[in-house]
Write a protein that binds this ligand. Sequence first.
Ligand code: CMX
Ligand code: CO
Length: 146
Amino acid sequence: MLTRIDHIGIACHDLDATIAFYRDTYGFTDIHVEVNEEQGVREAMLKTNDAGDGGATYIQLLEPTRPDSAVAKFLAKRGEGLHHIAFGTDGDVQAEADGIAGAGRVRVLYDSPRHGSMGSRITFLHPKDCGGVLTELVEAAPERPS
Ligand code: CMX
Ligand code: CO
């Protein structure tokens, strides 16, 4: 089951400057930064709440690390801004994706989950099948703070 909005992904050219904007403008100070080579991003997760509903909600800032990455292509085509929405699951992310794919209307981009932020398991649904919205599913790591 999808249980929350896990994060909103935002593409940017300069991660450090964009972190500074979100910190100084909105006051988000709980910030985790990591590099995900598989996804071709340096990224930050900014926690926006501490709701006890199965997981917090984050703003994910994404800076490309290589020109052939999904985020680099997006920036070249559309410029900075909203890149994807991510729903959190309360169980296995692959089972959730299989259920969605089984309905036959939506392509799942990966055959098996990949590594996401903070030890999560992730997959994506094709934006062309989701009304133009790239959609991610997230199974948070068990030890991830909520
Ligand atoms: N939102 C909405 N539409 C998007 C999109 C996005 N983020 N990215 C691409 N598209 C659209 C393009 O505009 C294009 O549409 P048109 O044909 O109408 O112009 C179409 O999808 C194909 O786009 P493309 O530029 O040719 O790019 P690709 O097909 O090579 O890749 C996609 C598109 C979605 C398959 C690829 O971006 C992908 O695999 N994304 C998943 C991985 C990812 O985004 N990783 C970064 C985030 C990591 C994280 O969240 O942790
Ligand atoms: Co994401």
